[in-house]
Design a protein around this ligand. Structure first.
Ligand SMILES: [Zn+2]
Length: 340
């Protein structure tokens, strides 16, 4: 928790330290936010609750902040940060310590859309406990972001550069973060399910807004008909239906329209990883290799990354650390900004 908080504070300090437009022009990548507020209403996949969501422009250096507007005592804000994750059973839920009512569930598809489309800062207002699932993919959120429009902010985008391999595992599954060969995020994932409709699927993607929108955003969450009763007994999937999830029974996909991609399942698992890894608080520059990933492993690998100060550092995005030093701005060298 300490390392993540430090990274967030460093980012805010860096954003405040840069106000000169001429200097800003030297940065290849400014931070970005929404041009205007936009919203939607839908049900939560697990809670079944009907929730209204509003996406609002966010200030430079603040990152993504969730705001529950319906709790007694006034609005409660929860940072979209890996150390705020309180539940990883079939979704990623954020919460505040000591406030069991202050949670926001199923953040991963919205976080994937924000990260995938290059939105650094936004406020997400909700009047209920869970982000609406909509069609089970990130495509409706991409549509909302495109309708709202995106604007640059007067602050350089920073990213977390992975310097050393970090790996977590769980039975036959693992997630490994390796140093990137070129700046940016590459995710290689493989899944393997017993159901004949899924089985083994593998895919690799270099994350850009274009690739996210074309190759990942529309891939829907999925479940197995045999597990539905057990999930509902555990208080999960109460809002799940064929309109917001791919439902598999053995070799069959029960949805009338079939699949959106032949390998929609692994694409959705990569989409989940984009969203879960966005809880690093800044874009990651890393080569990610995963086998049978899930929300728990995705969160565990970030905790492992920030547990070792030598495993990563914060650098400007779109320009090397050298460019930052030559520009002489911000008062923070890349080394000083490392999440130590
Ligand atoms: Zn998902």
């Amino acid at each position: 928790m300490r390392a993540e908080t430090t990274a967030r504070e460093d980012r805010a300090a860096f954003g405040r330290g840069v106000r000169d437009r001429a200097v800003l022009a030297t940065f290849a990548s400014p931070q970005r936010t929404l041009r205007a507020p936009i919203g939607c209403t839908g049900v939560g996949l697990h809670s079944g609750a009907r929730v209204s969501l509003r996406l609002l422009p966010g200030a430079a250096g603040r990152g993504i902040v969730f705001r529950r507007t319906d709790l007694p005592g006034g609005p409660v804000e929860i940072a979209a940060a890996h150390d705020r994750v309180v539940d990883t059973r079939l979704n990623t839920t954020l919460g505040l310590p000591g406030r069991p009512e202050a949670v926001v569930g199923t953040v991963e598809h919205l976080m994937a859309a924000l990260s995938g489309m290059g939105i650094d800062n936004a406020v997400v207002e909700l009047d209920g406990p869970e982000v609406p699932v909509l069609d089970g993919s990130a495509a409706p959120f991409v549509f909302l972001l495109e309708c709202a429009g995106v604007v640059p902010l007067e602050a350089p985008r920073l990213m977390i550069e992975v310097l050393r391999p970090v790996r977590v595992e769980d039975g036959e599954g693992f997630v490994a973060l390796l140093p990137a060969k070129a700046p940016g995020l590459v995710i290689e994932a493989e899944i393997d399910f017993p159901a004949a409709a899924v089985r083994r699927q593998a895919r690799a993607i270099r994350l850009t807004p274009q690739a996210f929108k074309a190759d990942l955003a529309a891939a829907r969450t999925f479940g197995f008909v045999e597990e539905v009763e057990a999930l509902r007994a555990a208080g999960l999937a109460r809002g799940g239906s064929l309109t917001n999830a791919v439902v598999v029974s053995g070799a069959r996909v029960l949805n009338e329209g079939g699949l959106r991609f032949a390998d929609e399942f692994v694409r959705h698992k990569i989409l989940d990883m984009v969203g879960d890894l966005a809880l690093a608080g800044l874009p990651l520059s890393a080569h990610v290799i995963a086998r049978r990933p899930g929300h728990r492993l995705n969160n565990a690998v970030l905790r492992a990354l920030f547990a070792d100060p030598a495993s990563c550092r914060i650098v400007p995005a779109g320009a090397g650390a050298g460019a930052q030093v030559r520009a002489g701005v911000g008062g923070l060298s890349a080394a000083a900004a490392a999440p130590a």
